[in-house]
Design a protein around this ligand. Structure first.
Ligand SMILES: [Zn+2]
Length: 313
């Protein structure tokens, strides 16, 4: 396993932004504020989590975290709104037309998604990269050489325990994927009691990870993005273009983040772009995602209105 060799030169404690929360109205100003810097980024995906499930479950730890987070409960995922294409876009910053990962199974002969993803650029910068996932097909997201750790485990509690261990070792980019809400949604019903109990259990694993970050003294220098790959239709499934399938939560917590609801359109490809920005990594020109700078009180880069993956080019 390659050792962590360096942190990006941009990451310097002396440049860390003030942690004093700004009033929510600060998002409307263009007053220059220090560029946000994080030493590491933790991305957590709750598979199949509709934004309205957070309160329904309820996911109490996530709700508490949201009080100090910038968030959108109307963020959008890609078509097809299925697990592998959506996670690939989330972590690569690319629309499906570019990463070309339209299938949703583990098919080793199909190889790895096209393009430069977040793990590729983080690993190239010497950051320690970790993926702990609940579904084997997420192997397709990035090349093995871009990961220091890749673990597949279908049990949410085991995933939380493994994440705790990796937090104790420290990391540059870590992606943690909890599968069970989706699995039970398919088996029983989207937004039903069984699925809600799975999300409550995953919420307890989130609390464990936050406690591990606190215990290791890493929390204040860690950007955390909590999101989902897709939603789902009550009495149905997901994969199509209904709002219930495409709408996902996008919650950002960490240094420099101004708490409150985001007014910007947030797309799942913005996840990789925001993580990359916070780490001071170069943003590949091919990326469709843009950093959600509103979350840091900065003006957002220009973007055509609407879904970046459904523009007529
Ligand atoms: Zn999924």
């Amino acid at each position: 396993m390659p050792a962590q060799t360096a942190t990006p030169p941009e990451v310097r404690a002396s440049e860390a932004p003030s942690v004093t929360p700004a009033p929510p109205t600060a998002t409307e100003t263009v007053t220059p504020t220090p560029r946000p810097f994080a030493s590491r980024v933790l991305i957590v995906s709750f598979d199949g989590l509709r934004p309205d499930a957070i309160e329904k479950a309820p996911m109490t730890n996530l709700l508490t975290l949201m009080e100090s987070s910038a968030y959108s409960l109307t963020a959008q995922t890609v078509l097809p709104s299925t697990t592998l294409p959506a996670h690939t876009s989330m972590l690569s910053g690319l629309c499906p037309a570019k990463h070309a990962t339209y299938w949703d199974d583990y098919v080793p002969e199909n190889g790895i998604a096209l393009g430069t993803d977040l793990f590729d650029s983080a690993r190239a910068a010497g950051l320690r990269t970790v993926m702990i996932v609940g579904k084997e097909k997420l192997w397709h997201v990035t090349a093995a050489e871009s990961l220091d750790v890749f673990i597949v485990n279908a049990n949410d509690e085991a995933i939380g325990n493994l994440a705790e261990i990796e937090i104790q070792k420290d990391f540059g980019v870590m992606f943690v994927h909890f599968p069970t809400g989706d699995v039970l949604g398919h088996e029983w019903s989207w937004m039903g009691a069984v699925q809600m109990s799975a999300y409550r259990a995953e919420d307890r694993e989130l609390a464990k990870m936050l406690a591990a970050l606190d215990a290791a003294g890493l929390r204040s220098s860690t950007l955390i993005i909590l999101t989902a790959d897709h939603g789902g239709v009550i009495g149905g499934s997901h994969g199509g273009n209904l709002p219930e399938e495409l709408t996902i939560p996008w919650i950002l917590s960490g240094p420099g983040v101004i708490p409150g609801p985001l007014t910007s359109f947030v797309h799942t490809t913005d996840t990789a772009a925001t993580a990359s920005y916070a780490l001071g990594l170069p943003r590949p020109a091919e990326w469709d995602g843009i950093p959600v700078l509103e979350a840091f009180g900065l003006p957002s880069p220009p973007r055509l209105p609407g879904d970046p993956c459904r523009q007529t080019r």
